[in-house]
Ligand binder design. Structure first.
Ligand SMILES: Nc1ncnc2c1ncn2[C@@H]1O[C@H](COP(=O)(O)OP(=O)(O)O)[C@@H](O)[C@H]1O
Ligand SMILES: [Mg+2]
Length: 373
């Protein structure tokens, strides 16, 4: 059993809060991905679990016990790094056996266990090679096999795929998910790559500036981002976020409407109530590129770029701002539309109209970034 819990965990490096009151429950057997841009505190969080760093305040619990004073080697976990950290002069077999040798496991048992791990990771044929004779993907698998033979309750992985080429990365991603299913151990995986996070995590924890922004299943985080940071970070191409002015509402001036560029939207009653209650004159409106389409809609735009990816097409369009006071409407805001390759392609510089269904809109407070609806 190995559940990991951060309790208001803070780690200061001088004046920098690498982790700022992180509270997070990671269940036994879960595949949790910590994701966020470089410098947001992911490695620090992982190193605190491993015991390589000590929290400045707050606690770290493993299975409910505070492990602050437990040495790294006495924690039942194994860490896999971006740099594989293999011994260059040892063979694959010797590298994989190494943790068992340090534990004084008898030679025969070592050999057998290394072979089981190697087979599981498709390294059976490579046992007598040295790391220099392996591809990046194979080296990373050796590092994983070496972690595996220790049979830890928790695997900690810090960007283990980032040195691999795109194809190997996709393949290894799937292998890691399979490995997790096979072992049933707790996996805590750090990456800056939101695609990796979305595809591998049973839950993902999004971080920025040392703070946890949101934690949930990939679908929850994608469909209902709790703030502007998460909205902009998760999804590729990213969510379109534009400023809209609010009209009507509170003072009996008709139904609540949002105005984006040339277009006005009436909001469904539920959402209108939330907007009216917020008292904001402007809200940040988010819409995913796949929910924006060309048609008879209220927003006028000009096509600036047409990117064909083969299976789909991305249109980058500039919203026309016809408001007499352009300050209000972010003149020239760009949005991305994701089209099927089968849809008719517009011409560059063509004037188009955009349709966005109100139920796919995400509304945020532009000041605090918090989700409104
Ligand atoms: N040993 C250290 N000494 C000083 N600052 C550090 C140290 N480790 C990390 N930091 C700082 O803490 C912040 C978080 O770093 P890190 O956890 O490595 O982020 P990430 O892994 O998300 O890129 C960064 O601002 C980084 O510069
Ligand atoms: Mg890091």
């Amino acid at each position: 059993m190995a559940a990991v819990t951060f309790v208001e965990t803070t780690k200061m490096f001088g004046d920098v809060a690498a982790l700022d009151r992180l509270s997070l429950d990671i269940a036994d057997g879960e595949f949790l991905v910590l994701v966020g841009p470089s410098g947001c505190g992911k490695s620090t969080a992982l190193r605190i679990i491993a015991g390589l760093e000590t929290a400045t305040s707050g606690a770290l619990l493993i299975d409910g016990d505070d492990v602050t004073d437990v040495e790294p080697q006495d924690r039942d976990l194994a860490m896999v790094f971006q740099s594989y950290a293999l011994y260059p002069h040892k063979t694959v077999r010797q590298n994989i056996e190494f943790p068992l040798k340090s534990r004084k496991v008898p030679a025969e048992q070592r050999r057998a266990e290394a072979e089981v791990a190697a087979t599981l990771l498709g390294l059976g044929e490579l046992l007598e090679r040295r790391p220099g004779q392996l591809s990046g993907g194979q080296r990373q698998r050796v590092a994983l096999a070496r972690a595996l033979v220790r049979k830890p309750a928790v695997f900690l992985m810090d960007e283990p795929l980032s040195n691999l080429d795109a194809k190997t990365r996709v393949q290894t991603r799937a292998e890691l998910s399979d490995l997790h299913a096979t072992l049933g151990a707790t996996f805590i995986y750090v990456t800056h790559d939101q695609v990796e996070a979305m595809t591998m995590g049973t839950r993902i924890a999004v971080m920025s500036d040392g703070r946890l922004q949101q934690v949930g299943t990939p679908d929850e985080v994608y469909d209902r981002p709790e703030n502007l940071f998460v909205a902009g970070f998760i999804g590729s191409p990213p969510m379109n976020i534009v400023t809209a002015t609010v009209t009507g509402g509170a003072d009996g001036a008709g139904p609540v409407q949002l105005r984006i560029g040339t277009g006005g939207f009436e909001l469904p009653a539920e959402i209108a109530a939330v907007v009216a209650e917020s008292g904001l004159d402007e809200v940040a409106v988010g819409i995913r590129p796949e929910y924006l389409r060309l048609g008879e809609g209220p927003i006028t735009a000009t096509v600036r770029t047409v990117e064909s990816l083969g299976h789909e097409r991305h249109l980058i369009c500039e919203l026309a701002g016809t408001d007499p006071n352009p300050e209000d409407v972010q003149p020239g805001a760009l949005v991305i539309i994701r089209q099927s390759a089968e849809d008719p392609a517009p011409q560059m510089s063509e004037t188009v109209h955009l349709v966005a269904e109100a139920r796919y809109l995400h509304l945020f407070d532009p000041g605090t970034g918090a989700r409104l609806a």
